[in-house]
Design a protein. Sequence first.
Length: 201
Amino acid sequence: MDYTKVKEALEARGFTVTVCPSKDIASAYLNEVIDGTSVGFGGSMTLKEMGLFSSLSRHNKVYSHWNTPEWRTGAEVLADAAHAEVFLSSVNGLAETGEIINIDGTGNRVASTLYGHKKVYFVVGRNKLAPTYDDALWRARNIASPQNARRLGVQTPCAAKGDKCYDCKSPERICRALVVLWEAVKSCEMEVVLVDEDLGY
């Protein structure tokens, strides 16, 4: 896949961009550049499929609420992740024009992609790309969110049917916050790691 257009668009918006031909190479790259520091994880099937919690934990202090030790609470781990030097997330949609879109329920993931860390990495499989901002937003709402709702087993129309967003008012709705990065924020470094494989939702 040719990433020239999206790479140029992201760089014009202030993001550093690294393109990796596989998840194994992307994992090796991240383990090289993230070393001897504290790392927070946002909930991400992409990061899980890459085995990054295990590999990065060998030489960093990694905090992921999906990997909460039995002697700690999820809230404690979320707080530590929010204060880590480095934060890792994926995206729900990435436009070839450079906009990054994430939808969240708890808010920890999107909050940490905006503020509080020295560096944020977005690890993005090729399936997350869409031609335009509107297409990326549609993807985030109608592909990523229903699949995440099904994974979590919530009682929402999108989880039941798995076909689209119904803009529901369910008390179990997981789509509660939408964040669009038009530019890299000023508070920290931001890098997008593009992976030429399908990863996550």
